[in-house]
Ligand binder design. Structure first.
Ligand code: FEO
Ligand code: CA
Ligand code: CA
Ligand code: CA
Length: 677
């Protein structure tokens, strides 16, 4: 066991084997317990979850698809206490839903019944739930806590930053453009230095639809270019069809076709989409405070937000990824410089206003020699001001359409940037690049991104006999960067690839470039989070490529630093018979004590979201969407579910044939030591 508080130098546990069982596996000497699952009541008067499709009242139950999550300590008398390991609030995202399990006979076709939509909308959003350590040492939720809260796609929210009041965000709901309704598809999270949660809105665009004639209705104005760039082509179907459930405003808002005659969009829903896609700040300690959307941090498919190591007198940086194929990595830099006293302020959201409403947004360019640049997304850049594909009106327009501005400056297209996190002692920032089916070495197609130094893999010529030209970067990688002079506002950085996901038996020259062993191999890194108690880098997977061999998993890592490895050259065989060589800086291959599989999840789940008690002795992890492959015709036959977790682990109603539920688990060590030591 290591000394409390010092970073670990080696991982002490026995690695967990890859597995396909419908259970959560942790190392010998550890215990995982379910504490908070889909539907759990958050208030007195809300019934126990029956888990048979008849439950309602999701406005005060745990939502579905638990995702990013953070820990907010409470003192014994209920005040904010970041160091408390006895009592706390967990604030977490509920990204999406497995609709079939919310209704008695699965989800019905369109037009969607109102009663079904009325459950599916509020099951999204964010929850805050109090947890307490019990006399027996176990940690449980407190169902009667006054802090318990749900934020849903209908919760009133405030627009902040440069887009506040801009013409782009004027809606029928808020003709002044100062407010908006709710939050959607919340994925990664971050914890601010002042004790609030930032929650990234990710695949929000897909919840909306617009008529096939909408481009014409809009006069083919520049909003069409924006909608197309953010994935809402005219006529594209919405994800759930909520707009088909009735004439009430709460359904109709999901059809963003232009129907009104105003010039500013205040008489229809045409701008509704511009009120989503932000980092949303909430104060878990203040259940009455409205969420604040921080438009200064840009609008895209947000994942986590990682702060730099705090340096009094210097600005704050927030690192972020845009998770879609060939999207970008961003950095926000505050205008205000960090004052340590702000960490203790009583009005936490006012501190958020100070640091997160005024600043500069940058996008990353990665060079082949292991250097990189941050390019500011500003109208003062002639490439943005003179961009032919989109005429930016003002800086708010640049932020609301950050993807277009990043296109204009020629930023580096990445293999789906998921989470990022800051190493607690080196200050280097790590980014998961989960995979990219669109990354190719094919010379005949122009509809894909070519391999480059920062995204150097495509399995077209090597992967288990895969056909030429397919299937892209299947297993993903983890990239890290170090700012010049460790300055949060640096314009230059150094980078390398810390790890490449791969099967341990894959080609070592083109695929298993990190020399992973069977105790370390993984695919599609997604969640990424550093423990401040131990220094462990927790890596979580959301994988579709390796699931024949193992369910999704979580690994513990003790990484080195940028530049600790060597340059490697990948020689790709292209489909015209030529060779394409790409050289990339690759981190030192991990030793067995520096990277180990720690957890394997239940069937058809993703592992995402991670936080801990400050003493490092309890780790919280989310198991998202077990059994998600269900189809409506199989809902009636529980034998056909691929997962019955956590019912089959003894949690809640239903037992071994239960409907599966997304859930939070808490992991402790049987000897009471720090997790991973
Ligand atoms: Fe919701 Fe990109 O993960
Ligand atoms: Ca994710
Ligand atoms: Ca993912
Ligand atoms: Ca997910």
């Amino acid at each position: 066991a290591s000394t409390a508080g010092l970073p670990l130098r080696r991982l002490g546990f026995t690695p967990v084997a890859k597995a396909l069982a419908d259970m959560v596996s942790v190392p010998a000497g550890y215990t995982a317990r379910v504490i908070y699952a889909l539907g759990d009541p958050l208030a007195p008067g809300v019934s126990e979850y029956r888990n048979d499709g008849t439950d309602t009242q999701y406005e005060m139950r745990a939502g579905d698809h638990h995702d990013g999550m953070d820990y907010f300590g409470l003192s014994d008398d209920g005040r904010r206490d970041p160091l408390s390991s006895r009592r706390a609030l967990l604030a977490m995202n509920h990204e999406a839903t497995t609709d079939h399990f919310l209704h008695p006979n699965g989800s019905s076709p369109r037009p969607r019944p109102m009663a079904e939509t009325d459950k599916e909308i509020p099951v999204h959003g964010i929850s805050v739930v109090e947890i307490r350590r019990q006399a027996d040492g176990g940690i449980r939720t407190v169902r009667r806590s006054p802090f318990n809260r749900r934020i849903t796609p209908e919760t009133p929210a405030v627009l902040r930053g440069p887009a506040r009041g801009n013409a782009l965000v004027k809606t029928m709901y808020a003709p002044d453009g100062l407010a908006c309704r709710g939050t959607l598809n919340n994925c990664g999270t971050g914890r601010t230095p002042w004790g609030t949660l930032i929650s990234g809105e990710e695949n929000w665009a897909g919840y909306f639809t617009r008529a096939s004639t909408d481009n014409t209705a809009r006069g083919n104005d520049k909003s069409v270019a924006s909608l197309n760039r953010y994935g809402r082509a005219a006529g594209a179907a919405s994800r759930h069809g909520w707009e088909t459930s009735g004439s009430a405003d709460r359904y109709r808002r999901f059809d963003i076709s232009k129907t009104g005659s105003s010039t500013d969009g205040s008489d229809d829903y045409r701008n509704e989409l511009n009120t989503f896609g932000y980092m949303v700040e909430i104060d878990p300690y203040n259940p009455a405070a409205a969420p604040r959307k921080r438009t200064a941090l840009g609008r895209f498919a947000h994942e986590s937000g990682a702060f730099n190591l705090l340096q009094p007198g210097r600005p704050l940086a927030v690192y972020m990824g845009d998770d879609s194929r060939n999207e970008y990595i961003y950095k926000y830099v505050s205008n205000a410089v960090w004052q340590a006293g702000d960490a203790e302020a009583a009005d936490r959201l006012a501190v958020g206003d100070k640091y997160l409403d005024e600043g500069r947004l940058f996008v990353a360019k990665f060079n082949a020699d292991g250097s990189g640049q941050w390019v500011e997304l500003s109208l003062s850049n002639p490439l943005i001001a003179g961009y032919a594909a989109y005429a930016f009106a003002d800086q708010a327009d640049v932020l609301v359409n950050a993807r277009l501005a990043a296109d204009a400056v020629g930023a580096t297209k990445m293999d789906r940037p998921e989470w990022c996190a800051t190493h607690p002692s080196t200050g280097e920032v790590y980014f998961t690049l989960t995979n990219n089916s669109n990354r190719k070495v094919d010379v005949t197609s122009s509809s894909h991104a070519q391999v480059d130094a920062a995204n150097p893999r495509s399995y077209s010529d090597s992967y288990n006999g895969g056909a030429l030209g397919s299937p892209g970067n299947v297993n993903g990688h983890i990239l890290r960067l170090r700012e010049a002079g460790f300055r949060p506002d640096a314009l230059d950085f150094k980078w390398d690839v810390y790890l490449f996901g791969a099967q341990s038996d894959a080609n070592p020259a083109l695929v298993n470039l990190s020399s992973l062993t069977g105790d370390q191999d993984f695919s599609s890194p997604d969640g990424l989070w550093f423990s401040e108690a131990t220094g462990i880098c927790w890596i979580q997977t959301d994988d579709g490529a390796y699931t024949d061999t193992s369910n999704c998993m979580m690994l513990a890592a003790l990484p080195g630093h940028v530049g600790d490895g060597e340059l490697k050259t990948l020689n790709h065989l292209r489909n015209d018979g030529s060779t394409l060589s790409v050289t990339t800086p690759v981190g030192k291959a991990p030793k067995p004590a520096q990277l180990k599989r720690f957890l394997v999840g239940s069937k058809d789940c993703e592992i995402t979201g991670c936080c801990e008690t400050p003493d490092g002795k309890a780790l919280f992890v989310n198991i998202q969407h077990p059994g998600e492959t269900i189809v409506q015709s199989d809902v009636a036959d529980p034998q056909k579910y691929t997962s019955h977790w956590p019912g089959n682990a003894g949690y809640g109603n239903g037992g071994t044939l239960a409907r599966p539920r997304s859930a939070t688990i808490v992991i402790t060590r049987d000897d009471g030591g720090r997790i991973g030591g």
